[in-house]
Design a protein around this ligand. Structure first.
Ligand code: G3H
Ligand code: 13P
Ligand code: ZN
Length: 350
C-alpha cells in the first residue's frame, strides 16, 4: 500500500481510543525494525525523520527505503512524517519528496534553539497548513517548548520553562487549523529528562488533561516520550558505556495521556539505547568480530523488541486492518471541502 496520511491514522486512533507511536529513523535497519514490529503486532505506524536524519541519509536513500517498506509490508498503514520541521522551506521540501505529514515546529526559530513568540509561531504554522492541506498532507504544530537539546535542536532547559498555556493552545488550534498539536508538559528530548521518577511537579499531566478538555477534537502529540528503561541503560553501561542515572516518561503516564486525547507519541531515545546496547554487547563479548552484520542484526532485533512493546502499550496493536487507507488525493479533497476541518469553531460543521 502507498504511504498513508498521518491524519487518517490519528483520526482512526481517536475512534479506537488508542495512541500511535512515531518512531525516528535514520537508516535501513531502523525502518526494518519498525516494520517487523508493526507486522508482528499488526499495528498502523508513523515513521519519522528529523532534519538530521534527512541530511544523514541524503533524503532519497531514506525516502526510497520507506517506499520499500510500503511495498514489502502492504498490510501495514504507514505514514512518513517530517519531525521538527524548522521552517516553511523544510516542510515544503519534505512534501516535495513524498512525506505524507510534516511537523512545523514554530515554537522555535529556524535556528532550532531560540523560542519564538506566539504570533510568529501562528504565522509560520498557518502558512505550512495552507500549503500542505492543498496537497493532502497532514500538519503537526507545536505550542510550548520542550526541554533539552538533541542534535543541536531544542531550547535547552529543564522542560518546565515553557510549559504550554491552555489558552494559547486553544487560540493556536483555532488560528492555524493544524491536524495535530504537540504540547510541552515538562518532557525533554534525549536520555536526561528527569533526575528521579517523575511526579506531577515535573510532568504536567494536569495541563495535558486541561488542554484536552478544551480541545476535545484535536489530536495531541507527546514529544520526548521515551521511557528510558533502566534495563536498557544497564546494558549500555555494562558493556563499556557511561550513562548517568536518569528517568524517562513512565509508560503509565503515556497511557493516561492516551485516555485524554494523545494520539501520537514520539519515541527515539529508547531505540537508540537498545541499538547501542546491543552493538556494545556484541563487540565487548566478541572483540574479534568485524562484520557489521554481526552487530547490526542484534541491534535491529533489540529495536524491534522495544517498538513492539510500545505498540502494545500504546494500544495500536491489532488495528492495522481496521480501515482502508485513503489516498492523499482523497485527503486533499477532504481539506478543500471542509470535512477534515479541525478549527474548534468549525470542526464538525460538515
Ligand atoms: O527530536 C528529536 C529526535 O530524537 C530526533 O533527533 O535531531 O538527533 O535526529 P535528531
Ligand atoms: P525522545 O528523545 O524522548 O525519544 O523523544 C523523541 C522525540 O520527541 C522526537 O521528536
Ligand atoms: Zn520531538
Amino acid at each position: 500500500m502507498p504511504l498513508v496520511s498521518m491524519r487518517q491514522l490519528l483520526d482512526e486512533a481517536a475512534k479506537g481510543g488508542y495512541g500511535v507511536g512515531a518512531f525516528n529513523v535514520n537508516n535501513m535497519e531502523q525502518i526494518q525494525a519498525i516494520m517487523e514490529a508493526a507486522r508482528a503486532t499488526q499495528s498502523p505506524v508513523i515513521v519519522q525523520a528529523s532534519r538530521g536524519a534527512r541530511q544523514y541519509s541524503q533524503d532519497n536513500f531514506l525516502y526510497h527505503l520507506m517506499l520499500a517498506a510500503a511495498e514489502l509490508y502492504p498490510e501495514i498503514p504507514v505514514a512518513m512524517h517530517q519531525d521538527h520541521g524548522n521552517s516553511f522551506e523544510t516542510c515544503k521540501s519534505a512534501i516535495a519528496l513524498g512525506f505524507t505529514s510534516v511537523m512545523m515546529d514554530g515554537s522555535l526559530k529556524a535556528d532550532g534553539k531560540t523560542p519564538t513568540d506566539f504570533e510568529e509561531n501562528v504565522e509560520v504554522t498557518r502558512k505550512v497548513v495552507e500549503y500542505a492541506h492543498e496537497r493532502g498532507v497532514t500538519v503537526e504544530g507545536e505550542i510550548g517548548v520542550l526541554g533539552g537539546i538533541e542534535d543541536g535542536h531544542g531550547a535547552g532547559g529543564t522542560g518546565l520553562e515553557h510549559v504550554t498555556d491552555p489558552d494559547q493552545a486553544v487560540e493556536f488550534a483555532e488560528r492555524t487549523g493544524v491536524d495535530a498539536l504537540a504540547i510541552a508538559i515538562g518532557t525533554s528530548h534525549g536520555a536526561y529528562k528527569f533526575s528521579k521518577k517523575p511526579d506531577g511537579s515535573v510532568l504536567k499531566m494536569d495541563i495535558l488533561i486541561e488542554i484536552h478538555k478544551r480541545l476535545p477534537r484535536t489530536h495531541l502529540v507527546m514529544h520526548g516520550s521515551s521511557s528510558v528503561p533502566k534495563d536498557l541503560q544497564d546494558i549500555v553501561n555494562k558493556y563499556g558505556g557511561h550513562l548517568k542515572e536518569t528517568w524517562g516518561v513512565p509508560v503509565e503516564e503515556i497511557q493516561l495521556g492516551i485516555q485524554h486525547g494523545v494520539r501520537k507519541i514520539n519515541v527515539d531515545t529508547d531505540n537508540r539505547l537498545a541499538i547501542t546496547g546491543a552493538i556494545r554487547k556484541v563487540l565487548f563479548e566478541n572483540p574479534e568480530k568485524f562484520d557489521p552484520r554481526d552487530y547490526n542484526k542484534p541491534a535491529r532485533e533489540a529495536m524491534q523488541k522495544v517498538v513492539a512493546e510500545r505498540m502494545t502499550q500504546f494500544g495500536q496493536a491489532g488495528h492495522a486492518g481496521d480501515y482502508t487507507p485513503k489516498t492523499i488525493e482523497e485527503m486533499r479533497e477532504g481539506y478543500l471541502d471542509g470535512t477534515l476541518e479541525t478549527r474548534p469553531s468549525l470542526a464538525g460543521a460538515h
